[in-house]
Design a protein. Sequence first.
Length: 489
Amino acid sequence: MHEHEESDGRIVPAKLPNKAGRPVAEAVEGRRPAKGNTGSPTRPGHSTGPGVPSGLERVREVARKDKGARFTALLHHVTVDRLLEAYWATNPKAAMGVDLVTWGRYGQDLETNLQDLHRRVHTGAYRAKPSRRAYIPKRDGGARPLGIASLEDKILQRAVVEVLNAVYEEDFLGFSYGFRPGRSPHNALDALSVGITSKKVNWVLDADIRSFFTQIDQLWLMKFLEHRIADRRVLRLIQKWLSAGVIEDGKWSETPEGSPQGASASPLLANVYLHYVFDRWVSRWRRQQAHGEVIVTRFADDFIVGFELRGDAMQFLRDLRERFAKFNLELHPDKTRLIEFGRWAARNRKARGLGKPETFQFLGFTHICAKGKNGGFWVKRVTISKRMRAKLGEVRDQIKQRRHRPVREQGRWLGSVVRGHVAYYAVPGNSKAVQEFRTQVIRLWCQALRRRSQRHRLTWERMGRLAKRWLPPARIQHPFPAVRFAAKT
C-alpha cells in the first residue's frame, strides 16, 4: 500500500443530511452506494453472463460496483470512430503545435490519417510530440505557461480521456466540479452558496495552490493512475505525453514535473491527482477529525472550505499544509486566507466592534455576506471588479482594430461578447454589474465610431438604436442557487 492510501481503498458515502426536506450541499458531496454491490467483487476478465452492457458502459458498471477493480484492457476502446469524434470535437481555430498541422489540413485526408494514427497507437509505434510553449497574461501581472500540443496528440488525448472518464466519473466525489462531464462552474457556485446558507458555516478558507499544474509530481500521478488502470499501454501513452517535453524558442527542454496546462488530458490528470491528494483526504478528515460541520467545493485547483468552528478551520489549515507537502504541492501564501463568513458573521463581528465580514472570490465572483429583500441572510455574488476592467480593456483594444469595419460586422461581434458575458455573470444579485458592463461596451463602441471621422453625426439617440439592435439586454439568466441545486441533486 502506498503512502497516500490511508483508508481501505473504498469511498465511504457522506452522511445523509439531517433535514432531507431542504436542499443541502452535503447531499451531493459523497457518492451513492452502488446498487447490487456484493461482497465478492467482480474482477476484469471474468465472465459476467448475458445481458451485461458492452463497451464503455461495461467499464462504467464495473467501476461503479467494484472500487478496487483495476482495468487491464482499455486501449481497445480507442477506436477509429472515437478518434473521429475527438477530431470533430477539437477547436478548428486552436493554435498549432510544433508540427504546424492545422485542423483543416489534417481533415483533407481524414480517414487515412486517423487509420494511420490508430495503427501506430495500437502497435506501439506512436510517439508523442513536444508541446509548443506559449504564455498568456495572468491577472496578477505575471504570465501563465501553456503547452500547445500537436493536432494528433490533441485528438488522441481527447479519445483516451473519454475512455478514462468511464472509470473516474464513478470515483470522483460530489464536491469536485472542474472539467467534468455534465458539471459547470455554475454548479459549483450553486453548491457553495447552498452549503454556506443551509449549513452552520462561520469561517471560510479561500485557498489557492501555487503553480499547481507545473508542480504535479509525475511519479505520484502514475502511482495514483495505477490504482485503477492496469493497462500498461494506456499508462505508457500518458507517460509519453508527460515526458515529451516542450519546445520554446526552438530549444527542447524536458518536463520532469507537472502536466502541460492546455493539453486535452491535463484536466483529467489534475483531477486524478487532487482526488487522491485532496478529495479523499478531506472527505475522511471532516468525518473523523472535525468537531463541527464542514463543507467543501472544488473546481480544478481552486477550492473553498467552510467551517462551523474556528478551531476546526485552524487545524485543517495546518493539516492541509502537511498533506500537500508530501505530494510536492504548496498553498500560495498570499492567496490563501481564512475569513469569518456566514449567516452570523456580521452579527458576531459587530458584537466584537469589528467591521463588515470580509469577502472572498471564487470562479469570477466576489462573494459577500448580505441580506435579501425579506431580511434573511444570503450570499450575494457580484462580478470581480478586476475581471470586468480587464475584459473591458480587451474589448477597447479590439474595437480600435475593428472600428473601420462595417457597423453590421462590429455589431455582430460585440453582440457575441455581451451575450457571452451575460450568459456567465447574469446571476441573481449581479444585475447592476452586468448592466454596467453592457453600458461600458456601448460607450467604447460609440467612441470608436465617432473617431472614424472628424465630422461624425453619431448622436446618443442613434447609438441607443444601434445598441438595441445588436447588443442583447442585460437580464438575469440564472435561477437562485437553491432552485437549480435542488433540481439537479
